[in-house]
Design a protein around this ligand. Structure first.
Ligand code: RBF
Ligand code: MG
Length: 452
């Protein structure tokens, strides 16, 4: 066994980090240790609880467990404790006041918090909260999710404290019916029931979280006398992903501008920029700078031979912004730059300057950044392309391909250019745009009512 110590060199083994939210007296601690032992991994457990009394009991229990494991236990496993409110600890003290408003019954959230196109506010990231941001492999909320008043805030905090691919699990050893009963008996103590599969989907919709499963059933276990016993059990799991769906899909229709000629090609990522105009400028007032993704279609209404790559879907990864990395040569204004992810250069015949592009954004990847160097920018864009490609292969974004805005062209149901599309939010037959609530956009697609 490699215990990490070799010829006097001590290597810090990578520890799997669990955040146990509302840890209470530490009822789950022995199970974590057992599971880690079975899996042969080292573990760092952080117990968080609002109650100082619970924290002090959990500390003692943690020490007892480590002592019982002897020498080995102390090096493989360790405990940390945080006394405080989960949401404030991760999202910052001001999060709640900034997002004031009644959280709705089903946790779908309040108006203010979802003001932004990108969805939920993620709170402030400062020296007080950064310790917990992106820090954990797993966040567990056991036997107390129903007690959190604001489920959107709680889910946001869980999401923000996870590493990429980390797991957020909600569990209850007595099942959802038990929590439903508590909720009916005293809704001031237990303001919510545990999320159903549909609730979980709503709760995670505009988070960079992918919902996996909700288990709420009787499971058979052996009791102390080795008899099979049926126990109710609730377990829901989600995982942190790089992308989040937008609160609203954004549809742009505009000519492709000749670029700034500043090196999209040189960077290896040629982009089709939407031609700037008062219409596009107005649209962009509501679109924060950042990296988005969605589908793009180049219009071609020519009667005879349509050129390759027109009237068909292309994956698009899109920077909305100023390109701050190009210091001194930043864009003069916020622009929309779409890099089309092609399988081959031959997918689109010729260049497409001045052609009209329909661009539907439905997901967000990250804020726009000023990178210290061009290789750093190129690395980031490579990651964006991979993340967008992956996301666009998932059900939600595949369904959005069938949005009439795109599909009317691709499926040939529009025969001539007299049926010009003009977006509902502003513009004319040259350039226009519209925002539509994501859920409505999904419902409007032919597959939507059945899917996602
Ligand atoms: N420029 C930046 O300065 N910072 C960014 O974070 C950034 N992200 C981008 C992400 C994608 C997917 C694309 C296509 C471009 C991005 N750009 C960014 C813009 C890039 O600098 C620009 O495309 C080139 O300067 C060519 O105009
Ligand atoms: Mg460009």
């Amino acid at each position: 066994m490699d215990d990490g110590e070799d010829e006097g060199i001590t290597m810090e083994r990578k520890k799997y980090k669990i955040l146990d939210v509302g840890c209470g007296t530490g009822a789950l601690f022995p199970y974590y240790l057992k599971a880690a032992d079975n899996a042969g991994i080292d573990l760092s457990i952080t117990g968080l609880d609002l109650s100082p009394k619970m924290i002090s009991l959990a500390k003692k229990w943690g020490e007892t467990l480590l002592t019982s494991l002897g020498e080995g236990g102390g090096s493989k496993y360790n405990f940390n404790f945080v006394e405080g409110d989960f949401v404030r600890t991760v999202l910052g003290e001001e999060y709640e006041t900034k997002n004031e408003g009644e959280g709705e019954e089903n946790g779908s959230g309040d108006k203010k918090r979802t003001d932004n196109l990108i969805g939920c506010g993620d709170g402030v990231e400062d020296e007080l909260t950064e310790e917990h941001r992106g820090a954990y492999d797993a966040v567990v909320i056991n036997a107390c999710f129903g007690n959190f008043y604001d489920q959107v805030a709680t889910t946001t905090a869980a999401c923000q404290s996870l590493k990429l691919n980390g797991i957020f699990a909600i569990s209850h050893p007595l099942g959802a019916d038990f929590v439903r009963k508590l909720n009916i008996e005293d809704s001031s103590m237990v303001p919510h029931h545990l999320p159903t599969a549909l609730d979980l989907r709503r709760l995670t919709r505009t988070q960079p979280l992918s919902a996996h499963s909700v288990l709420d059933e009787e499971i058979n276990l052996l009791d102390a006398t080795r008899q099979v016993q049926s126990y109710p059990f609730y377990y829901a799991s989600t995982s942190r992903v790089p992308h989040r769906p937008l609160r609203d899909v954004v549809r742009f229709r505009a000519p492709v501008a000749r670029g700034y000629g500043r090196g999209g090609k040189k960077l290896g990522f040629p982009t089709a920029n939407l031609e700037s105009s008062p219409v596009i400028r107005a649209a962009l007032e509501e679109v924060p700078t950042g990296v988005y993704f969605g589908w793009a279609v180049l219009e071609d209404f020519s009667k005879d031979v349509q050129r390759t790559g027109r009237n068909t879907w292309h994956r698009a990864v899109v920077n909305v912004g100023l390109s701050p990395t190009f210091e001194g040569k930043e864009n003069g204004e916020k622009i929309v730059e779409a890099h089309l992810i092609l399988n081959s250069e031959k997918d689109i015949e010729g260049d497409f300057y001045d052609e009209t592009m329909r661009l539907a954004l439905s997901g967000f990847l990250r804020p726009e950044k000023k990178f210290p160097s061009f290789p750093d920018l190129i690395n980031a864009i490579n990651g964006d392309v991979a993340n967008a490609r992956e996301a666009l292969g998932t059900q939600l974004f595949v369904v959005l391909k069938t949005d009439g805005f795109l599909a009317d062209l691709c499926l040939g149901s529009l025969v001539d250019s007299s049926a010009v599309w003009v977006g509902a939010s502003g513009g004319d037959e040259n350039a226009s745009y519209e925002f539509q609530n994501l859920e409505e956009a999904i419902a409007d697609t032919p597959m939507g009512p059945l899917a996602v």
